[in-house]
Ligand binder design. Sequence first.
Ligand code: B12
Length: 470
Amino acid sequence: MKPKIIFFEPGVKVTKHVPIGILVLAAFMREKGYPVAVKEFSGKEIDEDEIREIISRENPKYVGIRVLTGPFIPRALKISKIAKEMGKKVIWGGPHPTILPEQTLENPLIDAIVIGEGEYALLDLISYFENKKIKPLGSGIKINGKAKIFPPQKKCVNLETTPLPAWDLLENINEHFPSKRGNPLKVMSSRGCPFKCGFCHNSNKNVINYLGKYRVISAKKVLDEYDLVQSLIKNKITMLDAGGDYHLISKEYTKNWCETIKQREPHLKWSTHARYSNIDLEMVDMIAKAGCVDINLGVESGSRRIQEFNQKVIDLKKAIPIARALRKNKIFLTNTYIFGHPTETLDELKQTIKYVRKLPGDLNLVQIYRPFPGTPYYELCVKEGKVVPFKKLEDWSNFGLIIGDKNVSRIPTKKLFFYFYSVNLIEQLNEFKNRQVYYLRNGFYREFFDNFVRNRFVKKFKEVLESKGL
Ligand code: B12
């Protein structure tokens, strides 16, 4: 009998997401004959007694946890502490241990980590722990208390032939699909990213070396996942969220994707991610006719120098007719921008603001640049003394919260935050209006009414009242 593995998604308290990464891993390990269980804690408090009770009931030998940088870390540590006290082997995987493997392993509550793609690496790691004399490629372990990191796996997973994510293991699966009128389903449509933008996690050297190559998943497989989930839940799925890191990679893939959706599920609406440099008017027409209602396109900067510095160059003139066509076809268009790139000057920021006004969009999502550990930009910020790297795992616990944002650009700080808040105010008002129109157009009535009571403005107002003790 193979040993049991329990996978935990610690998540964060304030948002609830399907734990895709561990559903994928659980399905893979189950197919290889391992008994598995999945427990999700995103969207709720982590109660120590509950964790103790779960581990004692399931009685696994291994406890696997998916960890992102930020508030996920203290939650994952809480689970790890209980698991260790109960004599289990604790394995961490996901983005945080991938970018900072040695530092993560220094924590005494963690026995091993998996870097990058988890499937084959976990299989080998468990075999290693079960006394098979193999090198656990793709993992990090402790030998006499010291971290030992192994090179990447030699092969990456074929996503067309791996089993569908183990949705059947989610105890409260219906909580992810609450609306009687229709719900979105987040599906895996790709893995990794073919681009290497300086600000992005995907440019980290471990992500590049340990994740395997960029792969896009066929519409057939994605629709098989949709069929599986629909067969397991009470309410209806009306929309596929097929974004991932990067979805519409080429015209050929887009054509096949659109044809398959039109043939198999013509009523389904879907959302996606693409790049202005990889999309043209013919593709806009194709996706509009195949049910695309929402797209995310990154601009990041209106300055050519910053674009080149980012390694994300888009033709600003060419983008305008594409954006116009998307909106004409009633596809909700989100353009994303970053304010305050390292080395950015006030003049360059003004070029971006000018472009925000010029490029049509339903939501112009503006964020302050946040130095993500392990990225080329982060290294630069450290070199310039603008960021001091954290020394231990727990120090990353507050990373990603807006209160921690700081200025690493050459723009005067007051100006940067002034432009950030003033542009955002206008953009968020626009978004509110455009989002309501989008909800009505697509029959998302629950979301339409929810947006009146839970929009950013009401949330902010409540926060202000709470901070004043009212
Ligand atoms: C889709 C997505 C989302 C969706 C989530 C949908 C969902 N249901 O989970 C949305 C848009 C909601 C989202 C939100 C956020 N996301 Co996100 N997201 C992604 C994206 C594009 C794909 C994630 C995914 O599902 N991958 C598919 C699965 C199969 O991969 P995986 O989870 O990585 O798992 C594999 C391995 O990591 C490993 N593994 C994972 N867990 C474990 C555990 C064990 C024990 C083992 C052995 C292995 C292992 O094995 C798995 C199979 O190979 C990634 C990009 C990326 N490259 O990872 C970003 C990414 C994970 N997100 C990121 C961030 C920052 C966030 C937010 C914090 C953003 C924000 N400020 O709000 C939130 C957090 C939300 C939350 N509570 O989880 C960052 C994380 C960076 C970091 N250092 O932590 C990433 C990497 C994006 C980026 N390029 O920077 N996200």
